[in-house]
Structure formats: structure tokens, C-alpha cells
Design a protein around this ligand. Sequence first.
Ligand SMILES: CC(C)(COP(=O)(O)OP(=O)(O)OC[C@H]1O[C@@H](n2cnc3c(N)ncnc32)[C@H](O)[C@@H]1OP(=O)(O)O)[C@@H](O)C(=O)NCCC(=O)NCCS
Length: 300
Amino acid sequence: MDSELPRTLNVDNFEMRFADVANVELSQLHALSISVGWPHRAADWQHLLDIGKGYVALDEIGRVGASAMWFPHGPDFTTFGMLITSPRLQTNGTAKWLMERIMADCGHTCIRLNSTRDARRLYSLLGFKPKRTVYQCQGTVIPPIAGPLPLEDGLVLRRLDRNDLDAVIAFDAPAFGVDRRVHMLRLFDSSVGYGLYEGQQLRAFSMRRRFGKGHVVGPVIARNDEDAIRVTHPHVAAHIDGFLRLDTHFDTGPFATFIQQSGLVIYDTVTTMVRQEAASYGTGEDGNPVVYGMVSQSLG
Ligand SMILES: CC(C)(COP(=O)(O)OP(=O)(O)OC[C@H]1O[C@@H](n2cnc3c(N)ncnc32)[C@H](O)[C@@H]1OP(=O)(O)O)[C@@H](O)C(=O)NCCC(=O)NCCS
């Protein structure tokens, strides 16, 4: 820990101190995210604890008043997430205090995060620049959904298994910006995935897992809208009348139309913000694949 940063902070009537998020009861973290209306289940927190690090602010009697986490993706790059201050303690400087701590401790200068409206001012003060909008699309899947797009000759759409892991990681890396093997391994354990293959070549893939109020589809990685629809369609078809969520940078075009017409309407928007990140992320330059669906707002 960086000794320059204060170890305690007076917040309202409480003296708050740092603690490692890994040493806190899951039920306390769950209560914190519920207090700000977030949908995470205890299992969703556990997923994040399995692959991330972070701090909480504890009061004198050990109650969790705030949290902040980071998720390393390789040696040079990290995403931030789960920045929450309990409503009764907000606007007292707690989130800034935790953010300064995790920025000092994470050891990464290239950072990406997805900011709610409440947090934008804070992140701007800390040097993050807005980059893209994220459309949080969710809702009950309404029948009839559009039929699957036809597959051209030589294309095969099939369920992913462990043997596809290396192909998935290699295809995902230029879209996401870095190789996120550790995260993909964790996702494979808890997701149903589909891959679109042209011969031995992976052309697009998607995953879905339990999250919050229902299921989330993500990541979805493809080179064009049509392939993105092809790999997303089986997840939507499997959840007719069920609650589904997909976070995407697209609000127009065939992919956005497909998910919105299936009942996943734009529920909220957040802003992707970055510190010292390569400009080419997510642009699909040089024929690179593109992120059509994010894993989550914390993991990108
Ligand atoms: C966003 C959030 C974490 C801020 O926590 P906090 O402890 O109140 O933040 P701080 O007191 O450290 O404030 C940091 C800066 O942000 C500003 N700020 C805090 N809340 C704000 C809000 N709702 N709207 C605009 N600015 C806000 C503060 O004024 C402060 O700026 P200043 O130093 O110039 O005064 C908190 O509002 C929250 O938990 N919101 C719900 C969950 C969420 O949106 N998390 C962010 C995920 S990206």
C-alpha cells in the first residue's frame, strides 16, 4: 500500500478505514450493492472476487460503507468497477479516497472503466477521458423474435466447449484490446457459448450466464452485425419470456435493431472512460473483430 495516502477518513460521524475486499463477508458486499439499486446476486460478487482485487471502507464497528475494485487483464491493463458508496455516506469524499487508493495499488497506468452519471465528475477529476457510450439493453424477451439469419455455405454455428478456448481468446484479444485469458477461463466455467466457424477459423462467438435479475449475454465478439446476430440469436431464443440483458456500444444498425426488437430495450447508458489507453480499441480497424456485447460494466 502507498504510505502517502491517508489510512483513515472521517465520513460524516464515522471514521472509515480501508480493508481488503477479499476479507469481507459476501453478505455485506451484497447489501452494499443492493443499497444503490444494483442487481448483483451474491454469486455475481463471488465471480468478481475470484478475478479482481480491491478495497472497502469500514466504519468503527466493521460495517461496509463503500467499495472499489480492479480487474487486471494482463500485466499492463486493468478495468475498474464496483465503485459504490452507501447512500447515507455519499458526497463526503469516500469514493475519491478509495479511487486514489486503488489507482496507487493496482500498478497499472492503462485503465478502462464504465462510468455512471453519478461518477463521471469524479473520474474526470482523476484524469479519465470519455470514449464511448454503453447502452444497457434489457427486458423480457418477447416472442416472436426474428428468425435466425441463414448460414452461408461453409459456415457452422455450434456450442463452444473447452477445446475452443484458445481460439476464443485469440479472436477476442484484438477486439477487447488485450488478451483476457484469466477472465475467459472463469467465464467458460459459468457460461453457455456459441461459436460461428468457417472451416477451422472462428468468425464470431458469444456467451451467456446467470447474472442479476436473469441472464446476461456477453461477451459477443464479431466482425459485422450479421455475424453478431447469428451468435446472439440462440441465447435470445433460449430465453423467450425470460429476463435478458446485453450491454453494447451499438444503438443503431441491424444488431441493435435485433436485440431491441427482441425486447431488450435501452434501460440506461454509461460512459466508457479511459486513462492512457491505445486509441484503436474497439474500432474494428484493419478488419479486427469488435465487441458487440460486453461481459459486464466492471469487466468491459
Ligand atoms: C458515484 C459514487 C460512488 C460517488 O461516491 P461518493 O463517495 O459520494 O463520492 P465522493 O464524495 O468521493 O465525490 C467525488 C466527487 O464526485 C462528486 N460527486 C459525488 N456524487 C455525485 C453525484 N451524484 N453527481 C455529481 N457529482 C457527484 C463530488 O462532488 C466530488 O467532487 P468534488 O471533489 O469536486 O466535490 C456514489 O454516488 C454511488 O455509489 N453511486 C451509485 C453507484 C454508482 O453509480 N457507482 C459508480 C459506478 S461507475
